[in-house]
Design a binder for this molecule. Structure first.
Ligand code: SIN
Length: 483
């Protein structure tokens, strides 16, 4: 069996409610973006079916919340072991439905599994604290308790890591879940949840619903029993979900859009800057909310930097996910390709110089050439992430000016700074309005790092020592006359 067949074997064309496969008469097609063929379909669940998933999560909550944290951690550790054991098949199904190069998909499975390992440990360290008496006669003790049944809505660009980044802390905290994966990439999510159930998560503790976003979203946001929503996706959708959650006052985590600046100062180590910016831009074919959207290079270094990046980009192999050495896959759909085309055209109209690429790739379909544009007007990119393999480079002259330009966006997710000066690195890192700053690196994603944004990029932190708190609430118990 070749790799792709291993992935096809994991295609499950059903939702999962209380551990049971659920189908519907209407379905949603799932395409293979590299081949332009249909990979399968998932059910378009009715509102009643989604409600039954909520009821399952609600029913399973008291027992799972009461399961000792060390036992919950044990389930997570078994889940992690199964994910590791099935890495190739999980990566292959992801490559099939997302188009992600297979090597990169394997990398994402490892990244996804970091969250499972990490939150198993966090479950074991969970606890409240005792507060010094304020009256001399009372004591206050705090407990951390699971927030309740939660809804998780995940995107197509990281079909595994965004699932585990939400499900692992939820399970660790003692929450039960209804997961709505992106319609473009449901099979990786379903396969991961099946492994969690095999690892011993109670069947009704993890439910996967598929179907029309409006129908599913209305049930999840409207349900008073769902106590929290964790969403990764676009800012406009985040705003709508937040408004829909207002009547039931749900806890929210919103990981939304970005327009990450990458600032290369003239004292940067050229090789590190070229490597960091290229990795930060082209990971996942540029389809990441932490992807560098605007590269600012201090004028004295501009031409050498552009030459270095161009040389590196010429080595990027574009191709189908299972071909050897492929680093750039197809985009997810035609809208994605059109957006990159529009950004390339807009930049060129604004005076940018085309260095390499510029349009659709000779492979046809959803493939786009790695594209490098220098100069022109970057206003468009401050307001919209390109989400594709287009690197836009702009010159700048001084530090104060560039920090002001970097911050001239409604977004504040990731940012990157390249300099050999510690002083400048700290100064820039502190002044940039973003939840995350990479200094001399384009790689900032790890389970140990607090991942999240500010401004219109959302709020809440995933991963890290803060990620579990998103699924916990604090109870304060005042004990009169104790001590
Ligand atoms: C995202 O693009 O939504 C997540 C990227 C990451 O976790 O690195």
């Amino acid at each position: 069996m070749d790799m792709a067949d291993g992935g096809r074997a994991l295609v499950r064309e059903h939702a999962l409610i209380a551990g049971r496969p659920v189908t519907a008469t209407e379905t949603i097609r799932v395409d293979d973006p590299a081949e332009g063929t249909t990979l399968g379909a998932v059910p378009k669940l009715s509102a009643q079916q989604v409600e039954s998933a909520v009821a399952a999560a609600v029913g399973a909550f008291p027992a799972w919340a009461a399961t000792p944290a060390f036992e919950r951690a044990g389930v997570l550790r078994r889940w992690a072991a199964l994910i590791e054991q099935h890495t190739d098949a999980l990566a292959a199904v992801m490559s099939l439905e997302n188009g992600k190069p297979f090597g990169e998909a394997r990398g994402e499975i490892a990244y996804a599994n970091q969250f499972v390992h990490w939150f198993a440990g966090e479950a074991e360290r969970m606890g409240g604290h005792a507060i010094e008496s304020w009256s001399g006669a009372d004591r206050v003790v705090t407990f951390k308790e699971p927030v309740g049944p939660v809804a998780a809505i995940t995107p197509w660009n990281f079909p595994a890591a965004m699932v585990t980044r939400k499900l692992a802390p939820a399970l660790a905290a003692g929450c039960t879940v209804v997961l709505k994966p992106a319609s473009a990439t449901p099979f990786t999510a379903i396969a991961l949840v099946e492994l969690a159930l095999e690892a011993g998560a109670p069947p009704a503790a993890l439910n996967v619903v598929t179907g029309d976003s409006g129908t599913v979203g209305r049930v999840l946001t409207g349900s008073p029993d769902i106590r929290k929503l964790s969403f990764t996706g676009s800012t406009p959708v985040g705003r709508k979900l937040m408004a829909d959650c207002a009547p039931t006052l749900k806890r929210l985590s919103m990981e939304l859009g970005g327009s990450a600046p990458g600032i290369v100062f003239d004292d940067a180590d050229l090789e590190r800057a070229v490597d960091g910016v290229t990795k930060g831009k082209f990971r996942n074919t540029g389809q990441s909310c932490v992807s560098i959207n605007r590269v600012y290079v201090q004028r004295p270094l501009l031409e050498t930097f552009v030459a270095g990046v161009e040389a590196r980009m010429r080595t990027l192999k574009v191709g189908r996910p299972f071909e050897d050495g492929v680093e750039i896959g197809p985009l997810i759909d035609e809208n994605g390709v059109r957006k990159v085309e529009e950004h390339a055209a807009g930049l060129r109209e604004g005076g940018a110089r085309l260095v390499i690429g510029g349009g659709r790739h000779a492979l046809g379909g959803l493939f786009f050439q790695p594209t490098l544009l220098v100069g022109g007007d970057g206003t468009l990119l401050r307001g919209e992430e390109t989400f594709g393999p287009l690197m836009a480079v702009f010159p700048f002259d001084d530090e104060a000016e560039i920090l002001q330009r970097a911050n001239a966006t409604e977004f504040g997710l990731a940012s990157y700074v390249f300099t050999e000066s510690l002083d400048r690195a700290f100064r820039a890192a502190r002044r940039i309005e973003a939840g995350m700053v990479g200094v001399n690196t384009g790689v900032i994603s790890h389970a140990a790092n607090p991942f999240g944004g500010i401004k219109q990029s959302g709020f809440g932190r995933e991963g890290s020592i803060h990620g579990l708190d998103e699924y916990l609430q604090i109870k304060a118990v005042t004990l009169a006359g104790v001590g």
